[in-house]
Design a protein around this ligand. Structure first.
Ligand code: NAD
Length: 261
């Protein structure tokens, strides 16, 4: 989503914002939106080409960006990511922990241990490691900070054929609520966005595995269309902003009404 942001009037000038999984999809849309709003953006991803491309797009649009390659499942890499952020930009105001992977559509009893470990590794351990080092930094600096984690509608309700993914996103919700309570008095707000069906490379891969499902998925959303990466970026940005100053420990469904059914 390289278009303009609909969140008007929110400035992140002077703010340092980290986005993980920012080489594509929702993360890229968010990184670009934060860049347009004046933030110094740290783009993190395992994809070096995609990460560099996102950072270049921000800079070409007149913004400031630094790409740091990072696999969020590795403790040392996440620690180094936060260290680089702080040595380059001096602080960390907001973090959008968005890196995540999907599960092939499989009934629970057909999944194997390797799939479980892979999904939990990125979606749960990765989110935990990012929060751990982000919070340590936010506790050290003046003014605290804001964290937004990408959970999912599958973190709020069941997701048939995606039991492990649903478990991983419920875990993200659990960590979000717990950390929000633990660090509320330290000036750190922590929330989740819960996307529904969003038109990104992740969804495209899922549809490729199951041709013919697109119409069904589109029609699943009461609002009558798939979500766009920018829909989630807008929500994450708003949660990071002063407009959401009294909101913490919240799971914001951005799903065209999917979870209302
Ligand atoms: P995507 O696959 O398009 O992008 C995910 C990005 O995360 C990629 O750039 C990938 O390289 C990166 N990534 C994967 N593993 C990583 C790791 N170990 N370390 C660092 N980066 C890593 O997916 P998306 O649709 O943009 O999804 C973003 C987030 O939104 C994910 O957490 C996903 O679970 C969640 N989500 C997506 C949808 C949807 O319909 N697209 C719905 C609900 C939730």
């Amino acid at each position: 989503m390289a278009g303009s942001s609909r969140v008007e009037g929110i400035s992140f000038a002077g703010k340092v914002v980290l986005v993980t999984g920012a080489a594509g999809g929702i993360g890229r849309a968010a990184a670009l939106a934060f860049g347009r709003a004046g933030a110094c953006v740290v783009v993190a991803d395992t994809s070096v080409d995609g990460g560099h491309a996102t950072a270049a797009m921000i800079v070409e649009a007149g913004g400031k960006a630094l790409f740091v390659p990072c696999n969020v499942t590795r403790d040392a890499e996440v620690e180094a990511l936060i260290d680089k952020t702080v040595s380059y930009y001096g602080k960390l105001d907001c973090a959008f922990n968005n890196a995540g992977i999907e599960e092939e559509y499989l009934p629970l009893a057909e999944a194997d241990e390797a799939l479980y470990d892979r999904i939990m590794g990125v979606n749960v351990k990765g989110t935990w490691l990012c929060m751990k080092y982000e919070i340590r930094q936010m506790l050290k600096q003046e003014g605290g900070g804001v964290i937004v984690n990408t959970a999912s509608v599958a973190g709020l309700v069941g997701a048939p054929t995606q039991a492990i993914y649903a478990a991983s996103k419920h875990a993200v919700v659990g960590m979000t609520k717990t950390a929000a309570v633990e660090y509320g008095r330290d000036g750190i707000r922590i929330n989740s966005v819960c996307p529904g069906l969003i038109d990104t490379p992740m969804l495209a891969r899922a549809l490729k595995r199951e041709p013919g499902r697109e119409e069904k998925l589109k029609n699943a959303n009461p609002i009558g269309r798939l979500g766009q990466a920018g829909d989630i970026a807008e929500a994450a940005m708003w949660l990071c902003s002063e407009h959401a100053a009294f909101i913490t420990g919240h799971q914001l469904a951005v799903d065209g009404g999917l979870s209302a059914i």
